[in-house]
Design a protein around this ligand. Sequence first.
Ligand SMILES: [Zn+2]
Length: 285
Amino acid sequence: MIKNIAIVGGTHGNEFTGIYLIKKLEAELAIDNLDITYLLANPKAYQAVKRYIDRDLNRSFKQSDLNNPELTGYENLRAKEINQQLGPKGNAKTDFIIDLHTSTAPMGINLVITKADPFHLKLADYVKSRLEGVTITWEEIEDHHFLMSVAERNILVEIGATPQGVLRQDVFDKTQQTVLEILEFINSYNQDSLPESSKELEVYKYFSVAYLPQNEKGEITGMIHQNIQDRDFQTLRKGEPIFKLFTGEEIVYQGDECTISFINEAAYYDEKKAFSMSKKELLKL
Ligand SMILES: [Zn+2]
């Protein structure tokens, strides 16, 4: 039974869609038998229109970090507060967390799951079979750093393309539709009335990230090649150009075939990341 739900926006302060959507839903949404908390996760970063102040809040929820009294800075403090409010992680009063994000890359509706158990696979399958352009990313690691890992069950909704610090109606509407489908799933799950799921589900299992070309001083020496720009959730093959250096030279991909996403994501530039890499897998439901 899932009763206590948190819908979180503004984990990244410059991703406005979730921030305004939770205000709208809080004002107008009432669902019997569900107790919903709406949380603006990083109000200081939102005011500053920045992803974060001192540290990425969505990398700050490892149990070891939450327990570490030496960690200072706004987001570490905020992570501990949120863990108190929604958690504590491992024994949380919140049954389920929906964390709302946006991307500057044309990702469509991307759902991120951190566990490929029947609940999360059925949830992802439910949304994918009801909305257009849904992809599922599976990013499982031990003691996850995501905010949503405070609850045992969770999903991250990542929708794009939108610039940072901007509200776009198409992205806003898609995010709202996704949240409503997720809540419908929860309702059916609670009433034991879920429709039959698909036989199998296509998921992209995250395995690595590619970095922009850099010189020995760490300055970038080129950019994403137009060959891969906007090709999110498409296949990258060995020998394809991925970077165009400022000298005019092209850098080609040397690795094994994979799927790429978050291509040229604005939020990636502070760490000089270029794109995310995953492998397509078919999981039985
Ligand atoms: Zn985000």
